[in-house]
Design a protein around this ligand. Structure first.
Ligand code: ADP
Ligand code: ASP
Ligand code: MG
Length: 811
């Protein structure tokens, strides 16, 4: 015989009850079916009872809606025949009783516990009537007749014998027994409930009493999952759990099975299978005795959590001399029905911290202050301390006891993500490590632990992209194009969770649809740099990367804050890396200390691997002595394009129009941009240098830089004749102009120079960049890096490569 329990979501609508019916009909052996109230009804009854108790007449509207819902369900499921009419009569009778009880509460303005239980019982009493009629060839077995409670606990002896009596002769061929879950009677014969989620327990009690072969919990997910699927998108169904693992996970908040459920079936070694009513062919999760033949070698099976807890701490300089502290604490708390789910005590016995639910915190403080009043008054014990807004998390797995370093791994994952642990406990059974974090870090903690411990199908990166000019929008386009491929081939899931430009931003922790990011951003919220900072940090999302595709100093000023909040930075923006040396050092150090990445490969030579190469040389012990480089794609374009037909001024205009130059080309012409790049490269090569240390020799008169941009464009052609004259001279000598940045053992210059055919700078096409690195190892033949070094698409590709390299680091 099997016992099947269908939860609230499985009986929420006429359609889902239809699914229950077909599952029931497809069973081959004898079954007993336990049902919950229609989904959401118990919550609604709780609200109705509270309103009535507060003499709020609006309870009537809710009651009316509840009546309608049940009647509509009956009508949708059962034909208007004799059976249908009988069902309506029975349902109406129950609803009328419920009306009368609620009216009594409303008039008396009191809600004794027993009355509350009685009100809640109507959910299951109604649903079981309806399901019995809907299934057909079924009979209602009222649990009030055979589930007995005594002093808040199930009286198994009485229950077992009543069940045996009630089900005598029951088997294959009998009309299917439909049993309301959640409800029972106490010794006085009054209706009581088994606690929220208690239908699971009813089913387990029955399975045990009837020696069922299996207990099936039918719900709305494919099985017991590695973490709460509402929080962790990547959570997956666990094939098998031991009773102990399931107990640990359920006790710590995994709502899928009500914790007491496990005990009766575990005693009799009856397996539980968790199945999905809406996907019956999925195998679900099997919970059973973990024998020696256990196949699953995973160390951690699941993670669960309890949100909103408080930590109560009792401490003294030493508790050694105070007798029976623990006994007194737990007795006092138990006497007041305060449940404790986490305890930590230091070996030195100077303090003990207790995790309780937030709703019990005030009472727990009062109880403990009273219990230890004398010691607190004498100063032997400090006043009771309370910390709120916390969450507790447990990682669970029986195989943990055979592995070292699990706690180390756990704490390093959390540390790397900027999450500090407030308290921690590991049970002697070593199948559970529980710890407490600030509540605001709950979601992030679950995500990083899930990712760190379970070889989840894919790794995730969550990006904030700031700046949607040519580079930013190309980057978004490239991500949109690659997203699918990266997920399939590299198991890397890239979510763009924020996109911002100077005045607007759009944020979505589930990932922005990149097919319509422009519309979404146009309708986004107004933004300032400070607001951007708050949004990005406030989202508190794991594996976060801030991607700066702006040229804004205000945005660059946010990086340090980001590092301090566990967010890596990829910058196409050169401002931070070329800013004051101390600032650059601080940023690099902060990122390193936090285990994060600060990458800016595209600051020099767009996508060319220049900074990466310098870093690799240094990391392997080499020393860069000299850097000679042509680093301005714009200037290179200009001096490669200038000819008898195309005068200097025209080449500048072309560079601007083709998107090579900065919006104000003077930033390129002055060499400012090259100075920044030289500073960045030299710093990465280990030199302490600022922009002022670079000697820049301008090739355009000073007055061109002091006027407005408009005047500049007007005056520019006046330089054409002089350039043409010089050009003709160079042509005769077979030389080419190159704007060169040079660092030679701590001396820095940028200047326009001419190179003959034999020099590697001579033939450099279009806007290409070239870098010659002379190092201790590459001495006689310097290392040469050359290629396309400007343009939005290669820069965007370089930014993308930096982003991907962060994913590799966190592997
Ligand atoms: P029912 O109405 O069937 O009793 P519940 O709502 O009590 O269903 O429990 C199922 C829900 O539990 C799922 O929809 C899921 O959102 C939630 N849940 C939380 N943690 C887990 C977990 N580890 N595995 C599966 N479901 C979980
Ligand atoms: N209907 C009850 C509740 O919502 C019992 C259950 O669904 O298991 O708590
Ligand atoms: Mg449930």
């Amino acid at each position: 015989m099997k016992v099947l329990k269908f939860g609230g979501s499985s009986v929420a609508t006429p359609e889902s009850i239809g699914k229950v019916r077909s599952i029931v009909k497809s069973q081959e052996e004898a079954i007993v079916v336990v049902v919950s109230a229609l989904g959401g009804v118990t919550d609604e009854l709780v609200r109705i009872a509270a309103l009535a108790e507060n003499a709020d007449a609006s309870y009537l509207e809710k009651l009316q809606a509840l009546r309608k819902r049940h009647i509509d369900t009956c009508e949708a499921l059962v034909a208007d025949n004799k059976g249908g009419k009988l069902l309506r009569l029975a349902v109406d009778a129950l609803l009328n009783e419920l009306d009368s009880i609620c009216r009594g509460v409303f008039l008396l303005k009191v809600l004794p516990g027993k009355t509350r239980d009685q009100i809640l019982s109507y959910g299951e009493r109604l649903s079981s009537l309806i399901v019995t009629a809907a299934v057909g060839d079924a009979e209602l077995y009222d649990s009030l007749d055979f589930i007995r409670m005594d002093g808040g606990l199930v009286d198994f002896e009485a229950t077992d014998s009543l069940v045996a009596e009630k089900f005598v002769g029951y088997g294959k061929g009998s009309p299917v027994a439909i049993v309301p879950g959640f409800i029972a009677r106490d010794r006085a014969g009054d209706i009581v409930t088994l606690g929220r989620g208690g239908s699971d327990y009813t089913a387990s009690i029955l399975a045990s009493a009837l020696d069922a072969t299996v207990l099936e919990i039918w719900t709305d997910v494919d099985g017991f999952m590695s973490a709460d699927p509402r929080i962790i998108q990547n959570s997956y169904v666990i094939d098998e759990l031991s009773y102990e693992e399931a107990t640990e996970l359920c006790n710590f908040g995994a709502k899928v099975v009500y914790p007491p459920t496990l005990y009766p079936v575990c005693l009799k070694k009856i397996p539980i299978r968790v199945k999905n009513t809406f996907n019956p062919s999925a195998p679900g999760t099997l919970i059973r005795d973990a024998g020696p033949d256990r196949q699953d070698q995973r160390v951690i099976k699941g993670i669960s959590s309890i949100d909103n807890i408080s930590l109560i701490t009792l401490s003294a300089t030493s508790m050694v001399g105070i007798i029976g502290v623990d006994r007194r604490i737990f007795t006092a708390l138990a006497n007041d029905h305060i449940s404790v789910f986490l305890v930590t005590q230091s070996a030195s016995e100077t303090g003990i911290s207790i995790g309780v639910s937030a709703s019990d915190a005030e009472k727990a403080c009062q109880v403990l202050s009273k219990t230890f009043a004398a010691e607190i008054a004498s100063g032997a014990v400090y006043p009771v301390k309370r910390e709120d807004e916390l969450a507790a998390i447990a990682i669970v797995g029986e195989n943990m006891k055979h592995h070292c370093g699990i706690a180390g791994k756990l704490f390093s994952i959390l540390g790397r993500n900027g999450i500090s642990i407030i308290a921690c406990a590991q049970g002697a059974s070593e199948s559970n490590i529980s710890f407490v974090v600030e509540r605001k870090y709950l979601r992030k903690s679950l995500n990083v632990i899930h990712e760190g411990f379970f070889l989840s199908e894919y790794q995730e990166l969550n990006l904030f992209i700031c700046g949607v000019g040519t580079v930013g929008s190309q980057l978004i386009g490239q991500i949109a194009q690659q997203q699918d491929k990266l997920k399939r081939r590299r198991n890397l899931k890239i979510n763009v969770v924020g996109i911002a430009r100077s005045t607007k931003g759009v944020f979505d922790r589930d990932g922005i649809d990149l097919g319509k990011w422009k519309e979404l951003l146009a309708g986004g919220q107004p933004i300032t740099p400070a607001k951007l900072r708050d949004e990005v940090i406030g989202m508190n999302i794991f594996n976060a990367v801030f991607v700066d595709c702006t040229a804004s100093a205000e945005v660059a000023a946010l990086y340090e804050d980001f590092f301090n909040h566990g967010i890596s930075v990829v910058a196409a923006n050169k401002i931070a890396a070329s800013s004051d040396y101390q600032n650059y050092r601080t940023l690099k150090k902060t990122a390193r200390r936090q285990g994060l990445k600060f990458l800016f490969e595209t600051n020099v030579g767009a996508g060319l691997p220049i900074i990466n190469t310098i870093n690799s040389l240094r990391n392997s012990g080499d020393h860069v002595q000299k850097i000679e480089a042509v680093l301005s794609g714009t200037l290179n374009f200009i001096f490669n394009t200038i000819s008898a037909d195309i005068p200097f001024s025209e080449t500048v205009r072309m560079a601007k129009e083709q998107g090579y130059s900065e919006p104000d080309p003077r930033i390129d012409l002055s060499g400012t941009d090259v100075v920044r790049k030289l500073v960045i490269l030299s710093r990465e090569a280990g030199y302490e240098v600022n922009q002022e240390d670079v000697v820049a020799e301008p090739f355009i008169p000073k007055e061109f830089f002091d006027c407005s941009l408009e005047e500049f464009w007007q005056k520019l052609p006046s330089l054409d004749a002089a350039f043409e004259q010089q050009r003709l001279e160079l042509e005769k000598e077979h030389k080419h102009w190159r704007f060169v940045a040079r660092m030679d053992n701590g001396h820095y210059t940028v200047s326009l120079q001419a190179f003959g055919e034999r020099h590697s700078f001579y033939s450099l096409d279009g806007s290409n960049n070239i870098v010659l690195l002379t190092t201790e190892r590459y001495h006689n033949h310097p290392m040469l890096i050359q290629g396309y070094g400007a343009g939005a698409s290669v820069t965007a590709a370089g930014v993308f490569a930096d982003i991907i390299s962060i994913a590799n680091v966190t592997n």
